[in-house]
Structure formats: C-alpha cells, structure tokens
Design a protein around this ligand. Sequence first.
Ligand SMILES: CCCCCCCCCCCCC/C=C/C(=O)SCCNC(=O)CCNC(=O)[C@H](O)C(C)(C)COP(=O)(O)OP(=O)(O)OC[C@H]1O[C@@H](n2cnc3c(N)ncnc32)[C@H](O)[C@@H]1OP(=O)(O)O
Length: 629
Amino acid sequence: MSKAEVTMEVGNDGVAVITMSNPPVNALALAIIAGLKEKYAEAMRRNDVKAIVVTGKGGRFSGGFDINVFQKVHKTADLSHLPDASIDLLVNTVEDAKKPSVAAVEGLALGGGLEVALACHARIAAPKTQLGLPELSLGVIPGFGGTQRLPRLVGLSKAVEMMRLSKSISSEEGYKLGLVDAVVSSEELLKVSRRWALDIVNKRKPWVRSLHQTDKLGSVSEALEILKISRQQAKKTVPHLPQHQACLDVIEEGIVHGGYSGLLKETKVFNELVLSDTAKGLIHVFFAQRATSKVPNVTDIGLKPRNVKKVAVIGGGLMGSGIATALIISNIYVVLKEVNSEYLLKGIKTIEANVRGLVTKGKLTQDKARKALSMLKGVLDYSEFKDVDMVIEAVIENIPLKQKIFSEIEKICSPHCILATNTSTIDLNLVGEKISSQDRIIGAHFFSPAHVMPLLEVVRTEKTSAQVILDLMTVGKAIKKIPVVVRSCTGFAVNRTFFPYAQGAHFLVNLGVDLFRIDRVISNFGLPMGPFQLQDLSGYGVAEAVGKEFATAFQGRTFESPLVNLLLKNGRNGKQNGRGYYIYEKGSKPRPDPSVLPIIEESRRLANIMPGGKVLISAIKGGFIAFCI
Ligand SMILES: CCCCCCCCCCCCC/C=C/C(=O)SCCNC(=O)CCNC(=O)[C@H](O)C(C)(C)COP(=O)(O)OP(=O)(O)OC[C@H]1O[C@@H](n2cnc3c(N)ncnc32)[C@H](O)[C@@H]1OP(=O)(O)O
C-alpha cells in the first residue's frame, strides 16, 4: 500500500497545486490532513504563490475522512484522535485565507472530501463526479462544515435530502444547483481550475466564501418550516437513529445564529455522535461489508472471474422473477424457464411489473427498462441452455424436484456452466446428490424481493471450486448485491439465525400472546416489520417447507407450530393472495385481520402448550419482553 502524502507544485502562473494521494480513495487520513495543513501554510508564506488548486491523485478527489480513525476512537473512547480541523483548517486556513482556493474535483468527493471542496472558493469538476455527504449512513453528521456550507450552495431542501438520505449527486446536477462552478473534461480539469483561481485573484471571478452565503437559504421562517417537515419525516422513518434529528438541529443553529455558530455546534454534535452506539454499529457494518469480498483461497489466489453473459433461471415465481429482474437490469441476458405457458407468462408479467416499479421509483430510466426487457427470453424447455454460463434454479423447496433438475441441467449445459440453486435452507450436498459435477454446485440465495434486497448468500460446499465461488461473487457485485460466502448447512447463515427468532414468535403466540402485539414490539424495536408481517410477505409455503427442513435437521429441538398449516388449509397465503395475518388493500398499510383470530385459537388448542389452559400473561410479559429485547 503506497503511503499517504500531500504534494505541492507551484507553476509559473503562480498557482500552487496541492494534491492528496492516499489510494484507493484518497481518504483523509491524519497524515493527509497534516499534509494539507503544512502545504497550505507554505503556500501562504510563498510570495510566488497567488492562488491554490486542491485536487486528488488517481482520478478521485477524496472518499472522505479516514473511517479507520473512527474505529480507533471507538476502541479508545479518545476523541483526540479526531482532527480539530473544522475551524482551524477549513475556515482559517482555507476559506478565510488571503489567497483563493479552487477545488479540482474528479471521480468522487464524499464526506470530508466534499467538505474540503466546499471550503474552497470555487469547484471545478469532471463529468459524472459523485458528490455527497454520506456521514449519516455511518451514524455521524458532516463534521467539517458540510451542514452549513451545502445548504448555502444548493439550497436547504436539497441539502437536507442529500445528507439525510446519504444521497450523492453528479457534477452535472451539482452545476445546475450551484455546488459546482464548471464541469469540464478530465483533460481540461487542472488547466481550467488554475485559470479560475487566477481569475478570482484578478477579480474576474467572484471570491465566494460559502459559509457566509444566505441567498439560497430563503427566509428564516421558510427554512424553519422545511426543517420542521424534515424532523417529522425523520421521526416517522428513522425514529431510532439520533444522527438525523441532530443534523437538523445543527443546520438550524446555523440558519438562526449564522454559519460560524453552526460550525461550533456541528463540531460538538459530531464528536458526541462519533461515540454513539449507532455510529459504532454502522461503522462496523461499513468494514464488515467490505471484508466479505475477501475470501481466503478464493479471492487471494490470482483467479480471474469468468465473464457471465447469459444466465438461465428455472422457475418464474416470486424469487425466480426477482432474480431474473436483477440480472436483466444489469445487462445480463436471461432465459427464464417454466413448466407451462401459464406460469411462464405469469413470471414474465411479474418481471415486467418489477421493471416498471423501478422506473416509477426513478431507479431505472425508460430506455434502460426497455433494454432490460429485451434481454429476457421465456422458454418451456432446455433448448436454450446449451450456451448459458450459469443456471439458477428457483423452484419450490422440494428436494427430489431440485435433484431432478440438477441431473437434467448437468447433461444439457456446457461443462463450465455454474449450477446454482436459490434454495434458502436445503443443504447443497442434498440438492447435488445425484450429479457428478460437485465442483460446479453453489448456492445463490437471494432475499425477497430479489431485485431490491442487497444481500446474496453465496453458499459453498466442501467441493465447490474456488473459480465458481469467485464467478458468482463477481456476478453478485455486477448486479449490485453484497455477496457473502457461507458454508452449506441447514439454513446457511441467515435462516439459521432467523429460525429461532421465528420459532420464538410462534411459541409466544401459541402460549397466548397477542400476535399483532409481537409485531408491534419488534417494529417499535427498529426492525422494518414484525415476524408475522414478514411471514405474510414471503408466503406460508416457504415457512412450511423451511420448518420441515429444520425439524428434520434438528430433531426434537424445534417447536412445530400448527399455525402456518392451519392458515394454508384456510386458503390463506399472506400478501400473495391478500389473505394472511393482515388485510392488504392497495394504498393503505396492512391491517390486522380479525378473521385470523379463530385460527390462532385453534393453533393454541392443538399446540396445547399453555400450562393448564391458562395464559400466564405476567410471566409471559416478563419473558416476552426479555426475549424480544
Ligand atoms: C488544510 C485544509 C484541509 C483540511 C482538511 C480537513 C478535513 C478533515 C476531515 C474530517 C471530516 C470529519 C467529518 C467527515 C466525516 C467523513 O468524511 S466520514 C466518511 C464519509 N465517506 C464515506 O462514507 C465514503 C465511504 N466509502 C465509500 O462509499 C466507497 O468506499 C467509495 C468511496 C464510494 C468507493 O467505493 P468502491 O470503489 O466500491 O470501493 P470500496 O470497496 O468501497 O472501498 C475500497 C477500499 O477503500 C476503503 N475506503 C473507502 N472509503 C474509505 C474512507 N472514507 N475511509 C477509509 N477507507 C475507506 C474501503 O474500506 C476499501 O478498503 P479495502 O477493503 O481494504 O480495500
């Protein structure tokens, strides 16, 4: 790893170009911050320097403050690891300096990286540069003036949206909003930036100190109204994440009392949040997520991923259609196979609806939607399987059926074709029991809805080859998933963890606890939804099949609730047929369905685990609360 350094070159034009270098993202490590401070001091001292251009090496400006420093602070609870740079460096050294600075921004400028650029007096960017303040996704807030300068450059509403959603914008959008002063080619970037800096010196361009701009903020009352609405939204959507309200408080401080006052509050609040449990958790997730892409003896043995251009998906149900959608929107050609025309048409219609949904949500353009759907072909036999690079089996959780399919595709497909199954629970050694190509068997466990949920469990057996694992990991990243490699066992990692949770919920209901209360407690705790609403979403067939697998694998150690089977017999299948624990009506939130109560009572009677038939509310309340929290 090359060392972090900051260099400075002074041209004959009197412009000092200060370059940050800390591959791969020019993170603002403490050495970079120290280097920036040192070079700025030198630039200010030198009489041959009229102006400064700040830039990043390697086609990226900066991915922000070095998140490793947060980990150090978490380990030591010592905030002195954090640079006290907001006022000292960004205001006194950059923004209020006697010589102007221009940021030459390329690739990305995120977090503290963008904050450095915001403290400059102009920003020149290359096309499609990613600009954002994603700090809230790490449990903190922009700690170097972003809460004050961004609203003053792009307007309060846009700034709040960018910070609260950790949403980046392109340099083109930044130019329209006033965040970027010019968008020029990479080749022209430094030249235009140098000229811009000299134009500021010669009063041909404005010398803008964004901290003191107010024209984009509107009136204080308008601003306070915007912040009030944002607070209500945050309270509704992320009631458990303190950084959202804190960020709005800091922005408000600056609007009411001025940018400088806002900076002082920002530093104080930033330091408080750095030590919060939320920040500790989210920063752990940041590194844990990246660690999943490093698999010993797979990603570190010099293998190159093979190009997967065409994938066959077997089964056009909820999962198969979602998987097919995820593939085609990432320009991977899909052959979707079903057993009959009715099911095939239903699967294709679901995929079309998925794609339309992404367009409606602004996640896909119409053109890309059309292109995606042109990469889908429905078939009723294996005739198109001869040249596929991967098959993903996504049929019902039935072992003999899966074994039959794997025998068939091993004969039909090419010898290099990856043979993947989307099973959520069944041991892969069972699925592949009847074929010889044990090295090509792998689990590609997507999570519903498969075209939305980021997690992809890559399930390996002892015999799965490293090449096949790497290939599936690469496809996973290409379709914007987070591939996590796990070993094959009943339930793999996610369902093995989820199963006891679901068991506990059913156990409590059969002990007499109100089912809807369980969902409320879990969603109030912070999960997106409770176990029963989730069961409605995934359907009861999956629950029934997975339950049988666990009962077989862990004989005598599972609680076999009668409830799901009773619901299926009652013609219910959750959200899929609109009849579950909840009533599902278009445009409204799911409502508890009172007609399910007699079925719950029947389950309790059959389970017969209420001591003496009485519900021990008091004991359960204690146990229940302890269990859920
Ligand atoms: C004199 C005047 C100047 C003074 C200057 C003072 C400035 C002081 C700054 C202090 C600011 C405090 C307040 C600001 C806080 C922050 O900035 S918090 C961080 C905000 N930034 C982010 O959240 C971005 C996080 N990173 C990403 O989103 C992505 O990594 C990326 C940048 C978009 C790149 O993605 P991709 O190409 O997919 O690569 P990855 O695999 O994600 O990452 C590659 C490796 O780089 C590591 N990494 C990425 N970002 C950071 C980071 N910010 N800090 C440390 N390390 C980072 C990542 O972990 C990967 O590492 P390996 O796994 O080891 O390869």
